[in-house]
Design a protein around this ligand. Sequence first.
Ligand SMILES: NC(=O)C1=CN([C@@H]2O[C@H](COP(=O)(O)OP(=O)(O)OC[C@H]3O[C@@H](n4cnc5c(N)ncnc54)[C@H](OP(=O)(O)O)[C@@H]3O)[C@@H](O)[C@H]2O)[C@@H](O)CC1
Ligand SMILES: [K+]
Length: 483
Amino acid sequence: MQRVTPSTVADLFDVAGTRTLEQVAAATLAPHTLMQRAGLAVARLAMAIAPHARTVWIACGPGNNGGDGLEAAAQMKLRGFAPIVTWLGNPDRVPPDARASLERARAAGVAFAESPPVAWDLAIDALLGIGASRAPDGEMAEWLRRMHGDTAPVLSVDVPSGLDADTGRLALDRTPPGNGHAARFCLSLLTLKPGLFTAQGRDAAGEVWLDDLDCSASAATPAAWLAGAPPNRPRLQSSHKGSYGDVAVIGGAPGMAGAALLAASAALHAGAGRVFAALLDGHAALDTSQPELMLRDPASLDLSKMTAVAGCGGGAAIRALLPRVLSTAQRAVIDADALNAIALDPALQTLLEARGRRGLPTVLTPHPLEAARLLDVGTSAVQADRLSAAQRLADRFGSVVALKGSGTVIAAPGARPRINLTGNARLASAGTGDVLAGMVGSALAGGLPALEAAQEAVWHHGDLADHWPATPLTASALARGGR
Ligand SMILES: NC(=O)C1=CN([C@@H]2O[C@H](COP(=O)(O)OP(=O)(O)OC[C@H]3O[C@@H](n4cnc5c(N)ncnc54)[C@H](OP(=O)(O)O)[C@@H]3O)[C@@H](O)[C@H]2O)[C@@H](O)CC1
Ligand SMILES: [K+]
């Protein structure tokens, strides 16, 4: 059993891939072996989470996810715990594995009840796993509400019930999130699923653990992966500022110079050799607190030798500069208003596609609304399947895409998408996106390929937030690397 952290490198399998692996594994094992392993793993994690629990409520659903819960109940009972099972199954329609575990739970003397106990020290959600076919309702939804509305920890078996294991979409109307007090754990079985790590998955699952049930995962193709922490990149003694490239931040229309200066500051602190702030507001003053930044007229820059970071605070004015950025920048990060301008202008879209065909490295850093505009769909369609939305954008524009949000998705043409696990809700504040754009620009300018540049910047950006002291996170301090 392994705990998943932001540094974990692991393949993620969708429901179809997981079913394939289950069939391959089951074919070589004695009947009921997988469920026995699954139930024992659930019991072990439950006992570790709540070693002194007096009442453990195990809510079991009608299928094999419920079977895992029944098996865990039997295992815990045999070890001196007192689980109380509420089971929503029908004895006439229970699948064979779950039936076997039902009988083992009964034989072990597990207590069965019609309704949840009055109070509990740990709740185990074994209602629905990867076989969920619709939003929970009725009694199941009511149990989930009670479980997540309580302060006792919740351990979800395989996936939190109601969560789409492929996309991380939660059937919110039926299973509202908890009151913020209950600790959440999820033990994913056989495989890790992408939905645990993006969209609503991270909030619903909490701390994720994996038990591979001693099975190989070689018989299926992963849908995505967790890429873990980037390598250390020590600087050579003989390097100089030219080794780390020039970044030109192009943005900062009147009234919005701050966004561009944040991106420029982030690029500088992330290690770019030289950073030029090419502000669209011709009257903006130089940031005297950062004399290293060089203020330039955007028209004066030779972008063919530079990494352009375009769009931060760009307003409508950025549009006029984009043909030159897209056609000539050696490397480019396209953010914020530049993305909005491209979404509205087919000619700019053609130029962006042409960059991809020419092999010029480009990273797009949309949040879900910007991604939705580029794809000409609603934001909810993007959030309903973030992996596929990021991949479609990457394929369409021949660019690397970092689709921001909980579980940032990084996609590139022809590559399996990655999900980043650093970062937290502290990043939900003004200017942090500008900081990310500057960090990606710095990584690109330093010579990293676009995919690595995006992934490493996203990881470091989130890692800073994860290690933030007990003070409010501001974008300007984030840009300075927390200093
Ligand atoms: N895969 C593996 O490697 C391993 C899998 N294992 C475990 O098996 C789990 C998969 O089991 P599973 O296929 O039986 O599906 P599961 O999630 O129990 O749900 C299906 C049942 O729920 C029902 N149902 C659906 N939606 C509903 C709703 N909203 N409200 C009410 N009912 C609803 C559905 O009914 P139906 O849609 O047919 O009407 C059906 O009866 C997996 O997640 C893991 O925990 C491990 O034991 C070993 C290794
Ligand atoms: K579950």
